[in-house]
Design a protein around this ligand. Structure first.
Ligand SMILES: C[C@](O)(CO)[C@H](O)COP(=O)(O)OP(=O)(O)OC[C@H]1O[C@@H](n2ccc(N)nc2=O)[C@H](O)[C@@H]1O
Ligand SMILES: Nc1ncnc2c1ncn2[C@@H]1O[C@H](COP(=O)(O)OP(=O)(O)OP(=O)(O)O)[C@@H](O)[C@H]1O
Length: 284
């Protein structure tokens, strides 16, 4: 019997990421910063559903607070894939948003990566993982990592990726009640931009830091307060440009206990590391 054509892809995961460390090692001529970072994928995130449209339109069918449909990275990802492939199909895209926005968890980038991977399958456009990662970089610096699909040591603006093999781990992620704009942190005069490069083998927590953390804590005391609270239980650090902070803990139980203690208006979640992107099998 013939396989029926795909018309719908239900509940495709868009996992969160943590930056286990983040060093700013330089600046490009266009103002973008050169980084070194370790990306870790988490088994917690948004979820997207894609339905085929015959008329070529790409629509978001759910509201995302503060993000107009046209600017949504999922809509932009769909249009970019159409342009790159010449595909005439369209899609309705529903987002079940769970990741706090502007949280340093890469939610927008992960939604975009999941869209590129899922529509490449739904539309049968057949782009390779490398081609999708290149397209994704036009949408956000973290998109190539999600398409790479596994923990990674990253350089450049985050697009030069090498696989990292890390032991499985449990994390507590805490969101302070504040939104930290990425651009403001990178623009800050006081940002350290000359951290010496390290080798992939040297990134144990003791020798690394997040260079964006001091700037974010200075301008947004809520971030510092979240680190201080979480540090009672385990060494805590900011992810990306904030606002979220995280700590590795010994077990799911320990994570659950800490989450239950988290005082409002901070919010906390437990999450486990994820070795492979759940949609990895749809690539290559
Ligand atoms: C901090 C990280 O989350 C680390 O994973 C990412 O590098 C941020 O990537 P992102 O959210 O995709 O950031 P974008 O939305 O592209 O950047 C927002 C703004 O931050 C500044 N920016 C961003 C990334 C970078 N490597 N250097 C920069 O200077 C730029 O002014 C840019 O206009
Ligand atoms: N689908 C989307 N989900 C979240 N944000 C989106 C989306 N589409 C566009 N955006 C825009 O992207 C911005 C950054 O969102 P995102 O959640 O990726 O930030 P972040 O978690 O701080 O990521 P990073 O770790 O890359 O700094 C949002 O403030 C929003 O304006």
């Amino acid at each position: 019997m013939d396989t029926p054509p795909l018309i719908r892809l239900e509940r495709c995961p868009a996992p969160a990421k943590l930056n286990l460390f983040l060093h700013v090692v330089g600046r490009r001529a266009d103002g973008y910063h050169l980084l070194q970072t370790a990306f870790r994928m988490l088994d917690w995130g948004d979820s997207l559903t894609f339905a085929l449209r015959a008329d070529g339109a790409v629509h978001r069918t759910t509201e995302v607070a503060g993000v107009p449909e046209k600017q949504d990275l999922v809509v932009r990802a769909g249009r970019l894939l159409q342009q790159a492939s010449g595909c005439r199909h369209g899609a309705d895209i529903a987002i079940d948003k769970r990741l706090p926005m502007g949280g340093g968890l890469g939610g927008g980038s992960s939604d975009a990566a999941t869209t590129l991977i899922a529509l490449n399958r739904l539309w049968g456009t057949g782009l390779s993982r490398a081609a999708l990662a290149k397209l994704g970089l036009q949408l956000g610096a973290d998109v190539p990592f999600f398409i790479f699909g596994r923990d990674a040591f990253a350089e450049g603006v985050g697009e030069e990726l090498q696989p990292l093999t890390l032991p499985p781990a449990w994390y507590v992620v805490v969101a302070p009640p504040v939104l930290v704009p990425t651009a403001e942190i990178f623009r800050a005069e006081e940002l350290t931009r000359d951290t010496g490069p390290i080798r992939i083998t040297d990134f144990a927590a003791s020798t690394t830091r997040n260079d964006l953390q001091a700037v974010a804590c200075n301008r947004y005391p809520e971030v510092g307060a979240a680190i201080e609270w979480l540090a009672q239980f385990a060494p805590a650090r900011m992810t990306g440009s904030g606002a979220c902070v995280f700590a590795e803990v010994g077990s799911e139980m320990e994570a659950k206990d800490i989450v239950e203690k988290c005082p409002a208006p901070m919010r906390a979640w437990k999450a486990k590391s994820l070795a492979r992107h759940p949609l990895s099998d749809w690539l290559d």
